[in-house]
Design a protein. Structure first.
Length: 276
């Protein structure tokens, strides 16, 4: 009997900015990760457009085990990317009070890293991603086009990004005391990175956000590049440029007994060969 072969995974969990991250027309950050990790890690998109951290609390317990149970593969990395919808202004049904949003972020992290959690996964490294800025003028036009009231404010959204950054930094500092490789949390300051480039004149907010809220190609590049920085400098063995691919190079296959060669190597990374 041949065992089912599976790769470990990199799970992307968030709202529409995650759901749309596989859009190749805007150089989606998830698509860029999938390209970088081909034959190394499976990139799994679990983005839910319109969802907030409130819904995330109920979804994560369903998502995390389902990606590990069938084959015992591990989720090596998990992105948590919520806040853009939580920051909606009341009376929007998406609005989550700031304190509640912080509490939800903590609960999501603890679901994965608390030993008392039923979905405890200490080997899963979490990357918390702060929501991006809001470009009010184009988003107001988008709301008008959709027949909605303007539901976001730059200053309010900034407070949610700052709270997310604060939570991420707190957990990151706390986890420095733990054994290396266990219960690690990192945070990407999306707002800060983008606004630094805007204020320096390097970019405009419209280059980062195609409708005032969702990421354009340059915005997707920011998320991808920031994730890659974390991998290169904090987890260098997980830098895809240094990882071995699964399966032998095709010229190294035993053509007389391919079934044996592939069975032995199916779950064992091997040295990459030329692409052709």
């Amino acid at each position: 009997m041949v065992a089912y072969t599976s790769f470990d995974s990199f799970l992307l969990f968030g709202d529409s900015i995650t759901q749309f991250s596989f859009d190749i027309n805007d150089r989606g950050w998830g698509a860029q990760l999938a390209n970088a990790f081909q034959r190394r890690l499976d990139i799994i998109n679990r983005g839910f457009s319109g969802y907030t951290s409130e819904q995330a609390l109920h979804l994560l317990p369903q998502i995390l085990p389902l990606t590990t149970t069938p084959t015992n593969s591990k989720i090596q990395f998990l992105t948590l990317f919520f806040g853009a919808n939580d920051a909606c202004l009341p009376p929007s049904s998406q609005h989550t009070p700031l304190q509640r949003y912080e509490q939800n972020l903590r609960s999501l992290i603890d679901m994965v890293h608390s030993p008392t959690s039923p979905i405890y996964s200490p080997h899963t490294r979490i990357i918390l991603i702060c929501p991006p800025p809001v470009n009010e003028e184009p988003w107001a036009k988008e709301c008008e086009h959709r027949g909605m009231d303007m539901n976001r404010d730059w200053e309010v959204s900034k407070r949610y990004a700052e709270r997310c950054l604060s939570v991420g930094r707190e957990y990151s500092e706390r986890n420095r005391q733990k054994e290396e490789g266990l219960c690690q949390v990192d945070v990407i300051d999306t707002w800060g990175v983008m606004m630094d480039k805007v204020e320096s004149g390097e970019r405009t907010l419209s280059e980062f956000l195609k409708d005032g809220l969702h990421l354009a190609a340059a915005g997707n590049d920011v998320i991808f590049e920031e994730i890659m920085k974390i991998l290169r400098y904090k987890y260098p063995s997980w830098d895809p440029a240094k990882m071995l691919m699964h399966g032998p190079w095709w010229r190294q296959l035993d053509l007389d007994h391919p079934e044996t060669d592939l069975l032995i190597c199916s779950n064992k990374p091997s040295a990459p060969g030329p692409a052709v």
